[in-house]
Design a protein around this ligand. Structure first.
Ligand SMILES: Nc1nc2c(c(=O)[nH]1)N[C@H]1C(S)=C(S)[C@@H](COP(=O)(O)O)O[C@H]1N2
Ligand SMILES: [Mo]
Length: 196
């Protein structure tokens, strides 16, 4: 059962939020089909409540400072996977490219294929939130979000959008895809904010 860890980390019980169980595998979950993406035409757009909109090509994105972080992921369906190592761009580094208007309070993350998810601006700006292109040292596979996914370790994993193509800074909140269909607007696994 525990293929990945010969021995589980000593603190695994404390790292498991209420109602979650450990998985050693990495399940694939998404709504709809895996979008076809071409790195030549791929863009990351930062728009909405910003002084000037920014659009990055893949090369421009990859030239930003790179960060590697290890954290746990918790899916609202009940599985948690410990010690995932992600490499990508930390949001504070990305944010040096735009100047926010004082009206910005929330973000909507937009993905290729149409998926969206929302969160408060201050939680998006946390030090541990990452736009990741690699997991455990390997480029993301298409089913896990290649070429780029968001990783928001402190919220349920549906907030970690795969195939990210844009960040919209919003004046006020708006529900994303699952948030409209009954998932909790916030999604803190430690408070079991599963459904709205
Ligand atoms: N673009 C997109 N991102 C998405 C989803 C989706 O349907 N589309 N599903 C979310 C949900 S509900 C979960 S649990 C995780 C699953 O990520 P994984 O397939 O890499 O485990 O992706 C999240 N990100
Ligand atoms: Mo999920």
């Amino acid at each position: 059962m525990f293929e990945r860890f010969k021995k589980l980390p000593d603190d695994w019980r404390e790292r498991l939020p209420p109602g979650q169980h450990l998985t050693q595998k990495w399940p694939v979950l998404h709504y709809g089909a895996i979008p076809h993406i071409d790195l030549e035409t791929w863009r990351l757009r930062l728009f909405g409540e910003v002084e000037e909109e920014v659009e990055l090509t893949w090369d421009e994105f990859m030239a930003l400072p790179q960060t590697t972080r290890t954290n746990d992921i918790h899916c609202v369906t009940g599985w948690s996977r410990l010690d995932n190592t992600w490499t990508g761009v930390a949001i504070p580094d990305l944010m040096r490219l735009v100047r926010l208007k004082p009206t910005a309070t929330h973000v909507m993350v937009h993905a290729y294929g149409g998926y969206t998810t929302n969160m408060p601006l201050d939680e998006f700006l946390r030090e541990d939130v990452l736009l990741a292109h690699s997991h455990d040292g390997q480029p993301l596979t298409p089913e896990h979000g290649w070429p780029l996914r968001l990783v928001v370790p402190h919220l349920y994993f549906w907030k970690s959008a795969k195939w990210v193509r844009g960040i919209e800074f919003m004046a006020g909140d708006r529900p994303g895809f699952w948030e409209r269909y009954g998932y909790h607007n916030h999604g803190d696994p430690w408070k079991e904010e599963r459904f709205g």
